[in-house]
Design a binder for this molecule. Structure first.
Ligand code: P6P
Length: 285
């Protein structure tokens, strides 16, 4: 597993360089979710695929930027599901973006996630790695090397509220709940990039990130295998919770298709409890 994390560190430096030096234009292709692909999306995906191609413990790769599963090593143990450059359209307004990695053993479902990691490309390059039985480990790159900064722990209750999705498409229950958080003093922290938005809540002591079911996206927008489940694991390891619109743990998700999405809520325990009450989920068995 260590080889995988060391490879992610190398990939992070290369993708950060590409962000800072390459063309930001659109390629002439779309990804599996029908979204236009930036040349940086394609380049980041290529950097990751090339880096893992020679790692024998990696059985296969699933990328947000490609359909299907790329088989690498038959005897490999792990499948890495990744979003090579999440929020890439924010690069051209100079906002932070990120890469997300879910490392699975066996069938691609939440309970088979063995580790996850993300990289934030911003004023600095930062990396968070989560494995079982440990708090998430936070690293920062300096001169191309990653230094350990510390472990991440979420407070029981936070102050930040990252409310995703188009408000006009929220349910009345969700709008009432979100408005109630702001009325009680929560601060809006939302850039449209899930990696920096979730990173900020983790580092600033907690709060809530929500991307609910909406009338225009009834199954949510964020992808289960390479966005939702990897972050759900990190939030749970940090002492928080991560649930879907039915109050079920996101770690129990079993995607029918590699690009399936899910409504998702990540946060400190207090905010997740408040959401369950607002959604009347506590009364369910
Ligand atoms: P909205 C970026 O495109 C992304 O996939 C996530 O990084 C982000 O959280 C979400 O979409 C933002 O979506 O609908 O709030 O703009």
């Amino acid at each position: 597993m260590l080889t995988i994390f060391e490879t992610i560190k190398k990939v992070a430096i290369k993708i950060d360089h590409a962000i800072k030096t390459e063309d930001l234009g659109y390629s002439d292709s779309e990804n599996s979710s029908g979204e236009d692909q930036l040349k940086l999306d394609v380049k980041s995906d290529y950097i990751i695929e090339e880096a893992f191609r020679d790692i024998s413990i990696v059985k296969s790769l699933v990328s947000e930027e490609k359909e299907g599963e790329l088989q690498l090593h038959q005897e490999g143990k792990y499948t890495i599901c990744y979003d090579p450059l999440d929020g890439s359209s924010l690069v051209d307004v100079n906002l932070s973006v990120g890469s997300i990695f879910g490392i699975y053993e066996g069938e691609l479902k939440g309970e088979n996630l063995v580790a996850s990691a993300y990289v934030v490309y911003g004023p600095r390059i930062e990396l968070v790695i989560a494995t079982h039985n440990k708090k998430p480990q936070h690293y920062r790159a300096q001169n191309g090397l990653f230094n350990f900064i510390g472990e991440i722990t979420l407070n029981h209750k936070g102050k930040l509220n990252a409310s995703g999705g188009t408000q006009q498409h929220w349910s009345a229950v969700h709008k009432t709940f979100i408005d109630g958080l702001f009325a009680s003093g929560y601060r809006l922290r939302y850039s449209g990039g899930m990696v920096p938005d979730l990173h900020q809540i983790l580092l600033k002591g907690g709060g809530l990130f929500s991307y609910p079911a909406t009338t225009d996206k009834p199954e949510g927008k964020l992808r289960q295998l390479f966005e939702v489940i990897p972050f759900a694991f990190i939030y749970e390891q940090a002492g928080g919770e991560a649930i879907d619109a039915n109050g079920e743990r996101l770690m129990r998700l079993i995607p029918a298709h590699p690009h399936d999405t899910s409504p998702c809520f990540f946060g400190s325990k207090s905010e997740i409890e408040a959401l369950k009450t607002a959604y009347a989920l506590n009364t369910q068995s």
